[in-house]
Write a protein that binds this ligand. Structure first.
Ligand code: VG1
Ligand code: CO
Length: 548
């Protein structure tokens, strides 16, 4: 089999964002676009991680969205062209993001390529994405993604092989010249890992006792995982997993597990004869939403509750060394860490920042406000794992989720929390808004906005305590003297215009006030945050497009 070098002109728009490169399918479909990006990854690795993919084992899989199959074939040929010895690819080109991480770690692979645009819509007019994960199973750290970007700007050719598409629909081994391709069951390794982490006997007993779960896979990648784990291994009734057939366009929906896009699930849990517990995950299976009877549990609260109850899970029976949350995530977990006497780290948004803390054993549990929860079993956030964690806690405590949450708030206080997204903004305008905030930081202290006084404000910069790397400009933080925090940052995962995210948080110690509605509880703070950044004037909008 002959390796050919194909000349290519650099694409100037291939800078990886919060989680890999995300673009419209139409952009990824341009001749040479996937090839140039993936070759740039391979070209960057010798300088970025000290070794090349030649002779190594890589993992490949994606969430099954439109273009997944095309991209998988192109990338397999590039892998062969670059001398990769062996590839583990999920059957049909499918692997959830957490499963990619599990397979990389389980097989000691050099790295892996994830094909997904996560919670973004799919289909021919939707989004696609490519992300590189390193040998610890986690997303490439910034040092690596920076090197990849530099290589995208100077690439002149890619190396590939000229062979027809390979059949990937059956488990087994095929060869592409010298390269061995092992087509693996996408669920097997992952499910086995889950059995090592959780008390499956106890969860199975919960289901035998009539407990009802509704898991909404949103026609994304987790359907087969949910069927195998919840229904087959844990004995939950057939139909526990709904929308469990992965579809290339996710049935035309946003595979984003939040109260807006998973409204069916929220409604089911509010019905008088509804299930006991509900959950959903996103396109690539790394996010989770959990819902108690009549109550959505916010991701920030979920992280705190899981931290407080971690010892009920066999994997964590000796407790947690520490925890971490992304900066905009509410500080509910900080209170649990303080009570447990363990460290709590605050990292920039994006899972790649948890990797070094997990590798060093400083933390074993971490999460983000954006429905991401995960631990040291892999190096990605993990949707099905988070649901199993809750089921294990519910089985061990024998109480409903809503009671556990209410008890948590009584003990630690409640952090009212919401994120306001302003989507589809002109990129330049959004950039100016952040620049303006940044420029005003030194004069904000003491100023009043809609009844709130600024106590402190900064532009969040993170120094990784393990490797010393610095990540600046990770969001504007404002702390108010009256209590409450506002954070402003721009999304790094969108594919159309810019999205401004405004994160609001207010602590309420008084249990008598924990039942107040979220909107009411946060309205004054929201007004102050909008006034401080002059949102209405600058954006010409009085309301966010999404409240999460
Ligand atoms: C968003 C979330 C962030 C998450 C990222 C990837 O990024 O805010 O917390 O890590 O998506 O999640 P941004 O830059 O748009 O705010 V996923 O499920 O797309 O892999
Ligand atoms: Co995702």
């Amino acid at each position: 089999m002959r390796v050919v070098s194909v000349p290519v002109t650099p694409f100037t728009d291939q800078r990886p964002g919060t989680s890999g490169l995300r673009k419209k399918v139409a952009v990824f479909s341009r001749p040479g676009y996937v090839e140039a990006f993936v070759q740039a990854i391979f070209d960057a690795l010798p300088e970025a991680v000290g070794d090349s993919v030649g002779g190594k084992t890589l993992v490949l899989g994606g969430d099954g969205r439109f273009f997944n199959d095309r991209a998988a074939q192109i990338i397999l040929r590039l892998m062969a062209g670059n001398g990769v010895a062996r590839v583990l690819v999920g059957r049909g080109g499918l692997l959830s993001t957490p499963a990619v991480s599990a397979v990389i770690r389980g097989h000691g692979a050099f790295g892996g390529v994830v094909l997904s645009a996560s919670h973004n819509p799919g289909g021919p007019d939707g989004d696609f994405g490519i992300k590189y994960n390193v040998a610890n199973g986690g997303p490439a750290p910034e040092r690596v993604t920076d090197a990849i970007y530099r290589h995208t700007l100077k690439i002149s050719q890619y190396r590939t092989v000229e062979v027809p598409d390979l059949p990937l629909d059956r488990v087994g081994t095929v060869r592409l010249g010298d390269m061995q391709i092992d087509i693996v069951d996408p669920v097997a390794d992952y499910a086995a890992l889950m059995e090592r982490i959780f008390d499956f006997d106890r969860i199975a007993a919960l289901f035998r006792g009539g407990f009802r779960l509704r898991f909404d896979a949103m026609h994304a990648v987790t359907g087969p995982y949910a069927r195998e784990i919840f229904e087959r291994r844990l004995g939950a009734p057939a139909g526990t997993a709904v929308n469990a057939e992965p579809l290339p366009d996710f049935g035309g929906h946003h595979p984003d597990p939040n109260p807006t896009y998973a409204a069916d699930l929220v409604a089911a849990l509010a019905a008088p004869d509804g299930p006991d517990f509900g959950a959903a995950s996103d396109g690539d299976g790394d996010r989770n939403m959990v819902v108690g009877r009549g109550q959505v549990i916010s991701p920030s609260d979920s992280l705190a509750v899981l931290a407080a109850n971690a010892r009920l899970v066999p994997w964590f029976k000796d407790g947690l060394p520490g925890v971490a949350r992304s900066m905009p995530t509410s500080r509910a977990v900080d209170r649990v860490a303080a009570a447990l006497g363990i460290d709590c780290y605050e990292t920039p948004t994006g899972w790649k920042f948890f990797g070094s803390l997990l590798d060093a054993g400083r933390i074993a549990l971490c999460g983000e406000e954006s429905a991401g929860t995960g631990a040291d079993h892999i190096r990605e956030k993990d949707g099905v794992w988070a649901v199993l964690f809750w089921l294990n806690v519910l089985a061990a405590r024998g109480e409903p989720a809503t009671a556990i949450l209410a008890d948590h708030w009584r003990r630690y206080g409640r952090h009212f929390y919401a994120r306001h997204d302003y989507e589809g903004l002109p990129i330049e305008l959004a950039g100016r808004l952040i620049e303006r905030l940044r420029a005003s930081l030194s004069i904000l202290s003491g100023r009043r906005f809609a009844g709130f006084t600024v106590a402190a404000a900064d532009d969040f910069a993170y120094v990784d305590p393990v490797d010393g790397s610095v990540s600046a400009h990770q969001g504007i933080r404002v702390e108010f003297a009256e209590g409450g925090r506002a954070v402003y940052r721009l999304s790094g995962t969108g594919t159309e215009g810019a999205t401004l995210r405004v994160y609001l948080e207010r602590f309420e110690p008084d249990p008598g006030r924990h039942g107040v509605g979220l909107e009411v509880a946060l309205a004054p703070l929201a007004a102050a945050a909008a006034s401080l950044a002059d949102l209405q004037v600058i954006l010409g909008r009085s309301q966010p497009s999404v409240v999460a």
